[in-house]
Design a protein around this ligand. Structure first.
Ligand code: AMP
Length: 460
């Protein structure tokens, strides 16, 4: 998610910001720009470069814009469910982009539908605009705060009106959001991660605080804290997998944290081996940390093809592990006869890990010791990371030894939760680690989410 305020090429900057944030969602992309008191939108399925070209950007003139890349955790992956959502209501126009997942969206939607509301999408985000149309308030900020007081869950939001750019982080601060200043125009930007700032020509100002709303207008920046305060619960998985390594989230540099995690892994799991090999890209920094701390050589035994699209033509006789082989190729020249420490960020279902272990074994490795830089993933996420149901989480169903056997490794080691916080630097900052601890900071939804309903429908 990005927002741009006071730049003559706002949509173009939003596009660049989204480009840098592509890792946060590849299903769809959209931009809304404000021009002469009117909001205009362009959205499409696919990656940023597939959706936007010079023609599309030219259709979005104006000095203010917001943009979104989507990875669905609520609502199906269809054009109708692309963001930002743009609406006209009695107070004017309003566009909203959302990162996170609301846990009481089904209840709110049911109530709103009983009152006659007509929904256009199956996204949880749409309840926010319906609430916005109903609440009192003298300006967009006040109304948005009143609407958000009714929702529960994870949300970082970037919103646009004819005259204002608004950024909000939920009271627990599950998802990141940063404020930056445009170096040439003196305008402002909002972005999910700091890695977007450089490409947008902006410098880092500060993180938006949990529970904070920043309202950027011609008068400057107003900061408000209208939402009920709550202890901070930043998502720990952002640091392990989701965020880009060159980002700094709430003061913690992701790449350095991942390297420290690898160093701690080396202390927890000393292994008599010949090589440390990462699963690229997500395991690279942790594997470097492991190699540094253990003194074992770091080698790229797996090479990743960076140009794999979402679909490819699969021959009928394609053999085992084709999907993984398209992305990763094992190098026998490096691996043959070697005892390998293989480092990846996480094991979720276990299917990818099993295929990767098989690839490395086929390339001649003598032993494979798999290390996960996350603790065992035992709980699904309800706050914006797409983890499957508990029944599909291999570590929720099996012991470490069993998982090791199932993925075909000679041994398997995980990071522990305590060691994770040692590497991150401070537990007291406040994190959500429900996926590793089953300790959910907000009651999990009792009704199935619209995404679960959609997936069930797809299955039928
Ligand atoms: P699997 O164990 O087969 O479910 O796949 C685990 C791999 O998927 C790990 O190597 C991660 O890099 C990656 N991964 C972990 N969490 C997610 C997620 N929420 N969305 C997409 N990929 C993920």
């Amino acid at each position: 998610m990005v927002g741009v305020f006071a730049h003559p090429e706002a949509a173009n900057l939003a596009y660049l910001g989204l480009y840098a944030l592509q890792h946060r969602g590849q299903e769809s992309a959209g931009i809304v720009a404000a021009h002469e008191g009117k909001l205009q939108s362009y959205r499409g399925m696919g990656r940023v470069a597939e959706v936007f070209g010079p023609k599309e950007i030219a259709k979005l003139p104006g000095n203010q814009a917001i943009g979104h890349v989507r990875y669905s955790t609520s609502g199906g992956s269809v054009l109708q469910n692309t963001q930002p959502i743009l609406i006209d209501y009695r107070h004017g126009s309003f566009a909203i982009a959302h990162n996170g997942n609301l846990v009481n969206a089904r209840e709110l939607r049911g109530r709103l539908e009983e009152q006659g509301a007509i929904f256009h999408t199956s996204m949880d985000t749409e309840v926010v605009v319906h609430l916005l149309a109903r609440v009192p308030g003298k300006d967009a900020g006040e109304r948005l705060a009143a609407a958000l007081a009714q929702v529960s869950g994870a949300y970082s939001l970037v919103c646009l009106t004819e005259t204002r750019l608004i950024g909000v982080r939920d009271p627990m601060g599950f998802r990141p959001l940063v404020l930056g200043r445009l170096i040439d125009s003196g305008g402002f930007v909002l972005a999910s991660e700091t890695c977007a700032l450089d490409l947008m020509g902006a410098e880092f100002v500060r993180d938006v605080a949990p529970g904070e709303m920043v309202i950027i207008s011609a008068e400057g920046i107003e900061s408000r804290f209208d939402l009920p305060p709550s202890p901070r619960h930043m998502c720990i998985f952002e640091y392990l997998y989701f965020a880009r390594p060159d980002s700094v989230l709430d003061g913690i540099h992701v790449y350095s944290a991942r390297k420290r995690i690898g160093q701690v892994l080396a202390r927890l799991h000393p292994i008599d081996a010949d090589l440390v090999v990462p699963v690229p890209d997500s395991g690279v920094a942790a594997a470097m940390g492991y190699a540094e701390a253990s003194g074992l050589p770091f080698e790229l035994g797996l090479i990743r093809n960076h140009y794999v699209g979402r679909t490819f033509i699969q021959p009928a006789q394609h053999g085992r592990d084709f999907g993984v082989r398209v992305k990763l190729n094992a190098q026998p020249e490096i691996l043959k006869g070697k005892r390998v420490v293989l480092v990846d960020d996480s094991i979720v279902r276990g299917t990818t890990s099993a295929k990767i272990v098989h690839l490395i074994r086929s390339a001649g490795a003598r032993e494979i010791h798999f290390l996960s830089s996350s603790p065992p993933t035992i709980g699904p996420c309800y706050y914006g990371i797409d983890t499957p149901d508990r029944s599909q989480l291999i570590a929720a169903q099996h012991s470490v030894e069993e998982v090791g056997k199932m993925i075909g490794a000679d041994s398997l080691g995980y990071l522990t939760i305590d060691a994770l916080y040692e590497a991150i630097g401070s537990r007291s900052l406040g994190f959500c680690d429900a996926c590793f601890s089953n300790d959910y900071p907000i009651a999990v939804p009792t009704l199935p989410s619209s995404r679960q309903l959609y997936l069930l429908k797809e299955l039928r």
